[in-house]
Design a protein around this ligand. Structure first.
Ligand SMILES: Cc1cc2nc3c(=O)[nH]c(=O)nc-3n(C[C@H](O)[C@H](O)[C@H](O)COP(=O)(O)O)c2cc1C
Length: 187
């Protein structure tokens, strides 16, 4: 399998645990991954500090880029990053992507992934949804993106917050085309 070049964008929706778990999972999938570029919004850092009580995002051995760094390789299609995962994805970021407003590295990278017909996975998080959110999800889907809501499942009988959150992260890893052992219904 060709090793993947993956962009991870973390935005200021609730659910920093999803981002943390995905970064942890990627550490164990190193042999399938060529590059991981990470970009966080300002509110992503604030929500992470609030929900997880630490700044551990600074400790991951991936390439981190400032959210206004348009010199990041994946700001251009020529760098050939094949997959972008926005986890969690705020309604603000979703709206900017749906309307092509590439005013930071996250919305620009998503714009590039869509125009190059590569894989965009948005782990949207809010509840309930307004018609604006639903229309934005429709627009991103029509442009080729995947809406993967941060909706955990419970049929694996998870016991901890991390086990609950992992049910979402495992689906994201499947969608990204990475191979990982995880709970599979009736297997
Ligand atoms: C603790 C906290 C939780 C939030 N949860 C959500 C959420 O679940 N969904 C959402 O769309 N916005 C949420 N927000 C608001 C976003 O952070 C805000 O709209 C921000 O402008 C999004 O910008 P960003 O996408 O660049 O991070 C939350 C904010 C805070 C402080």
């Amino acid at each position: 399998m060709k090793k993947k070049k993956i962009i991870i964008a973390i935005t200021g929706a609730s659910g920093s645990v999803y981002a943390k778990l995905l970064l942890d999972n990627l550490l164990t999938l190193k042999e399938q991954v060529d590059k991981v570029g990470v970009v966080m919004s300002d509110n992503a850092k604030e929500v992470w500090r609030f929900e997880l009580g630490n700044e551990d995002y600074d400790n991951y051995p991936f390439d981190f880029y400032h959210k206004m760094d348009f010199n990041a390789p994946f700001a251009s299609g020529s760098a050939k990053f094949d997959t972008m995962i926005i986890i969690p994805c705020s309604m603000g970021t979703l709206g900017r992507i749906a309307h092509g407003i590439s005013n930071d590295l996250i919305s620009r990278a998503a714009d590039v992934i869509l125009k190059e017909r590569r894989k965009l996975i948005t782990v949207v998080r809010d509840t309930p949804f307004s018609l604006i959110h639903i229309n934005n999800m429709k627009a991103v889907t029509e442009a080729g993106g995947i809406i993967c809501p941060a909706n955990p499942s419970f049929y694996s009988i998870p016991k901890t917050i991390e086990e609950v959150a992992q049910t979402v992260v495992s689906r994201v890893i499947d969608l990204a085309g990475l191979e990982q052992d995880s709970y599979r219904w009736n297997e």
